[in-house]
Design a protein. Structure first.
Length: 157
């Protein structure tokens, strides 16, 4: 029975990583801190986040139409406007690779991917750089979480 409960924990990692507001930078450390296996947390968080980023990039044209209709009904949301402004500055300075490599840390991977397509990046290029970026950041967050938790548990208070 404990085995089945563990499966649900890992499924939750996958699902939460797929949600735009729960990025890998939050899911990985929290899951590892909770005592979950770092390897499986990294694989599932990467997969969940990448799945929704891929879906966003592939179906961007349809999502763009929905988003524009939604925005006409609502006035500007300041938080989203600020994130897109940061994404636009990244785009102008570093292009598609810079925006998508820094995206998970600066704006979030979903906003970075959407902004890259919105700013004119080819879908194939956005998919490539999103995969590279999420892979690198997954490794960074996983290693930092493992060593960070180890560092905190070694402190004698």
């Amino acid at each position: 029975m404990t085995f089945l409960l563990g499966i649900w924990d890992y499924l939750l990692v996958f699902l939460l990583a797929a949600v735009p507001w729960f990025e890998i930078g939050l899911i990985i450390p929290v899951s590892i801190l909770a005592g979950m296996n770092a390897f499986w947390v990294a694989i599932l968080a990467f997969s969940g986040n990448l799945l929704t980023v891929y879906l966003l990039i592939i179906f961007f044209d349809r999502l763009k139409g929905w988003f524009l209709r939604k925005k006409k009904k609502e006035q500007n949301d300041q938080e989203d406007a600020g994130r897109y402004a940061r994404a636009n500055r990244m785009w102008e300075k570093y292009g598609v690779s810079g925006l998508l490599l820094a995206g998970p840390l600066i704006t979030g991977s979903h906003i970075a991917a959407g902004a890259a397509i919105l700013f004119g990046a080819a879908k194939r290029r956005a998919l490539y750089w999103s995969t590279i970026s999420l892979g690198l950041w997954t490794i960074v967050f996983t290693v930092a979480s493992i060593y960070g938790i180890g560092w905190f548990t070694d402190i004698n208070l």
